[in-house]
Design a protein around this ligand. Structure first.
Ligand SMILES: [Zn+2]
Length: 93
């Protein structure tokens, strides 16, 4: 039965890639931080000083940048490592 699983093609298992999991979690955390910063900013609209608002706005921009970078790192890893779900689907056809 094992010959069926090993017909000369190495197929990386997407679920088993630890680096991908790590990057996916980092992306999730960055996204959560970003939406938290956004709701803090929204809550302060009209009730805070402009200088305070600008500071919050800057923080939101930083979090947004972080989540974009985390997403790019995840995307870059899965495409170069071949452990994305798309890659698995393509290798099965
Ligand atoms: Zn990987």
């Amino acid at each position: 039965m094992s010959t069926e699983l090993n017909n000369g093609l190495y197929e990386p298992s997407p679920e088993a890639c630890e680096e991908k999991m790590r990057l996916a979690v980092a992306y999730q955390v960055a996204t959560a931080d970003y939406s938290k910063a956004v709701s803090e900013l929204v809550a302060k609209i009209g009730v805070t000083l402009k200088s305070e608002y600008d500071k919050l706005h800057q923080a939101v921009e930083q979090e947004r940048q972080r989540s974009v970078e985390a997403r790019d790192r995840l995307y870059h890893h899965t495409t170069t490592h071949g452990c994305s779900f798309q890659a698995k689907r393509a290798s099965l056809t």
